[in-house]
Design a protein around this ligand. Structure first.
Ligand SMILES: [Zn+2]
Length: 481
């Protein structure tokens, strides 16, 4: 048997107004090609780069949030390679003094917490976009060239495909929570590069296979998952046939997850890095790191932990963590009450009934007419048994359709549940008198009581608590036997 060994490199476009080293706008999506360019990002001779402070601060904030050791002396370096997407002939990146090193991201795998270690986080500039036309020409759009990019490199710590996917999703949440990147994959704002090999289960822990396969430019988490499945299967089959796998770079064949051989990788690339002479080294003060630490927003795993402590189920908590607006709305609700039962019940309704309405209407939770206080009113009335769950659903539906307040709707429509047992007993007696067939069936099969309860509910438009209805029916049926 074989299991995967995986390391990831993640590229994230940083959310900034301007590019990494010039004042061109970095909002290039759907712009006219080559309309966001200047001598600096075109790489014209004599143009001088000036680092973007906002991008630097965001990369630093991410490094702190991901538990990295911060290199207080950091610098930029030139990574030399010749390719048309970089007109300078080099990319400004960070080599031996990246902003952060040795961090980690915590993920939960089947209820257990696991740490995926990060080798480094550094800042660099994105490259231009090559457009290959039908007649084999290549056109280049430099709008993307120079957009700030954070690169995150993990250790080969992933031991299953599930772990990689959980990590990718968690990282995406974190950068969105920290407002570092919108991480919109369809816009290329978050991209993955995969290093993958498989190792026989007989290989001792900590030992790695003597090869790895690199797959670049994976633009979505679902494709990432497909590629992982494809490569694990492909490599396992080769090894089982007794073949040896050589280090190589593979490309994607469409969105299917299939990969194609691109080139062998016998030696490591030589980029002849050297310090960028036009940008002086940058000093990060300890006070700056402290300030960032003290002002970090609550991160996804902390938020999940908080919800779990309130008694939510894991899957409910995940929904509020993943959908930040829903989580924020729920947090506003939590401010209204300290009673855990009410909080748990509200979570159930948001995740269930309310989310159903939102999906049906394709609305975000911020657009809906139901307020936090409406939901609290409904939850309280249900717990006090003045309304049933069915009535609560009706009220929610009415608010979605027409607006209004829960309390007013319940009162004006007379929806309050009947808890007066002598009234319920009267209705129950009526139901017994009108349904002799059901009553005789009940003598043979006690489950028939449900049908009788249903009749009571129908006669009272669902305003009776079914439990009380059943109690009264049981009493009367015992007597009549
Ligand atoms: Zn520019």
């Amino acid at each position: 048997m074989y299991s995967p060994v995986v390391g990831l490199e993640i590229h994230l476009q940083v959310k900034t107004n301007s590019k990494m080293f010039c004042r061109c706008s970095s909002q290039y999506f759907e712009s006219e090609p080559n309309s966001h360019v200047c001598p600096v990002c075109f790489g014209l001779p004599g143009a001088l780069p000036i680092p973007n402070k906002e991008a630097f601060n965001k990369a630093l904030r991410l490094a702190v949030a991901l538990n990295c050791t911060i290199n207080q002396e950091t610098k930029f370096d030139r990574k030399n390679y010749f390719y048309p997407d970089l007109p300078k002939g080099y990319q400004i990146s960070q080599y031996d003094q990246p902003i952060g090193e040795n961090g980690y991201v915590e993920i939960e795998v089947m209820g257990d917490s696991r740490r995926i270690r990060l080798q480094r986080i550094h800042l660099e500039e994105d490259t231009a976009k090559s457009l290959h036309s039908e007649n084999d020409d290549t056109l280049i759009d430099y709008n993307k060239s120079g957009v700030p990019l954070i690169e995150i490199v993990t250790y080969p710590d992933f031991e299953s495909i599930e772990e990689v996917i959980l990590f990718a999703k968690r990282l995406k949440q974190i950068v969105k929570y920290l407002d570092i990147s919108d991480a919109e994959m369809q816009k290329g704002q978050m991209r993955f590069e995969l290093n993958i090999s498989v190792k026989p289960d007989t290989m001792p822990a900590g030992q790695l296979p003597d090869y790895k396969v690199e797959v670049k430019n994976i633009g979505s988490i679902s494709v990432l998952e497909k590629v992982l499945n494809f490569e694990v299967k492909r490599q396992t089959e080769l090894l089982e046939k007794g073949e040896k796998i050589k280090p190589q770079t593979r490309g994607l064949k469409g969105m299917t997850g299939e990969t194609l051989f691109q080139r062998g990788k016998e030696t490591s690339d030589d980029y002849r890095y050297f310090p960028e002479p036009d940008i002086p080294p940058i000093r990060i003060e300890s006070s700056q790191i402290e300030e960032i630490k003290n002002n970090l927003v609550e991160l996804p795993h902390e938020r999940k932990q908080r919800y779990m402590e309130l008694g939510l189920e894991g899957e409910q908590a995940d929904i509020f963590v993943e959908d930040k607006q829903k989580g924020d709305w729920f947090d506003e609700f939590i401010k209204l009450t300290e009673i855990k039962e009410e909080i748990k019940e509200a979570a159930k309704w948001i995740v269930g009934e309310i989310s159903g309405h939102l999906e049906k209407r394709d609305h975000s939770i911020l657009e809906m007419k139901l307020s936090n206080t409406d939901l609290l009113e409904l939850v309280r009335q249900m717990q006090e048994k003045t309304i049933s769950g069915t009535i609560a659903k009706d009220v929610i539906n009415t608010i979605f359709e027409e607006g209004g307040s829960a309390k007013v709707i319940i009162e004006s429509k007379g929806l309050t549940q009947i808890t007066d047992s002598s009234f319920v007993a009267d209705v129950a007696q009526k139901v017994i008198n009108e349904n002799p067939k059901l009553v005789s069936d009940f003598a043979k099969n006690p489950n028939v009581i449900k049908a009788l309860v249903g009749q009571v509910m129908r006669q009272t438009q669902g305003k009776v608590n079914p439990k009380i209805a059943e109690e009264e029916l049981q009493k009367l049926l015992q007597v009549s036997e």
